[in-house]
Design a binder for this molecule. Sequence first.
Ligand SMILES: [Cu+2]
Length: 657
Amino acid sequence: MGVPTAQKQHDINFLLHKLYEPLHEAKLKAMEDSFDPLAHTVNMPDGGVAVNKLMQEVKTQHLEERHHWFSVFNATQREEALLLVKVLLQCQDWPTAIGNAVYFRKMMNEETYVYALYTAIKHSPLTKHVVLPPLYEIMPHFFTSSEVIQQAYRAKMIGQPGKFNMNFTGTQNNPEHKIAYFGEDIGLSTHYINWHIEYPFWWNETFGYQIERRGENYFWVHHQLVNRFEAERISNHLQKIEKLHWERNLHEGFDPHTSYKNGNPFPFRHDDIHIEDVDNVAEVRDMIVMENRIRDAITHGYVIDKEGNKVDINNEHGIDILGDIIESCVYNPYNEYYGSLHNMGHMMLGHQGDPHAKYYDTPSVLEHYETALRDPAFYKLHKYIDDLFRKHKDHLKPYSREELLFPGVAVNKIDIEGHLETYVEDYEYSLMNAMDDKEEMKWEDNMEISAIIPRLRHRDFSFKVTIMSNNDEKKLSTIRIFAWPHRDVNGVLMPFNEGRWHAIELDKFQKELMPGENTVTRKSSESSVTVPDVPSLKSLHEQTEAAIAESSELNLDEFVSATGLPNRLLIPKGNAAGVEFKLVVAVTDGVADSVNDEINLTTKFHHYGHHGVYLDKKPHGYPLDRRVPDERLFHEIPNFGETIVKVFNYDEHVNHH
Ligand SMILES: [Cu+2]
């Protein structure tokens, strides 16, 4: 079918460019009036059912109006977005896909549209090589403080280019401000959005295929975020996260300093709020009932489905079922009974500043993947949920020595080449799309108006692991690297069983071990847990246009799956004294761990899986995911190694320019 990737990327770039305005590209614009969605349904596997439904919404003017907010947690708005996702996933060729995308861009609410378009791009085979432009440059107001947006408007009005420094929300009177650099990192939010788009809670087979281990993946991505947040707190001398309790006060308030595109501010929440029932969402006791049903299921070791059958969860697959139940996705065996603790939790906490909607009619930051990570309440909620997962995992039988052993293999030495050092750099991103223009304005003629933010990164380093293999032939191994804070904020040593639950996954890869001594050097930049930063919109645009002009290939494949953590955030922030971490390397039998016979030594190992396909069949977090009643077992197993490392950061002034 030969539409080159560059052309597709060009079309997508322009669909998103100046999202809140009519299209700025002539060819696409021409399609707007000439394309009739109803005339292009012949090749659709559903025979045009989705298109007809969406067109009916257009005709009866049921669609959300433009410039209104959109939240995926709002059921009516979500239905609408999913209709467009379905329509786009039904398209079998580019002209049909782009025709529909152009047509509905004009008809639909902008933010509903972006959510649907991003999701469709992520899952459609037609856009396998298309890069999702960074959302912070498409909808900058979600990521940029209202103060900076105002400065940008002023620059635009007086016609003067400008770069504006952005500070993190709040003041230093708030201890939480010390770690705002983490929650407000735009790359971290990009990771979070991409993960949610890759593993939507509402996904089912009717969208084209089944996503395996979705619920488990949900557990894992949030577990890692919570562990990271805890580690960042230790480096910043902050006490650990207190998990949410529905009957206690919510201590940390939050003022987002951010506004919707239409000017409505994101709601504010005071400190020490007594958690209230929220009109049109839920009552506190509903949340407690949901929680208790889940606790019962964990204690019993089974959940019940709609027919009343028991579904065993006391096994390796249990975490997947539990994840679906807690986030509430359509795979959930009994939705009405278990509810949706996580999604409801986001809405309940999000509205605590204004539970009766007396002052705001907009959703909170917690109801958008773009902004949820900023609010300290996010981590309280997820710590609470993480604790439920831990109860389940602690119910499973600990791994035995036989299960963990990789005969003949021993980790002899673990070294770090280079320094484990974090630092803060300035990063600039464009605010061009925050401002409206005349229709005839060309992309290139936009003035340069941008925001500059400090962000965390680390120096490059390598893991160097010396592994002895007393086998006659070569052996495929899986190498997993984890680290956890060696001491808590009070300086108390973290017991092994506590530490292993707080483990941060640093890398996972396969390696062939030759008989004798092997030195495995793995660069920090190679980590399969992370992804490189997505190129800026400007760079994407320039590379795309250059490829079209020269009829050359556009190869941006390394940026396509932005599901992982940004590589610059691989290790937690250090401090001047050095934050101690326990580093654990587990070398296990790669053949036993592999899902299929295809061994993946060269291509990128998709850590979070790709469209629900994994290379590693072991549970996320293996072998540290289960209780360790006697840590001596781990110390004695020769194919596991451990050491203590320190992470430094010499510039303590991360919070202000
Ligand atoms: Cu959440």
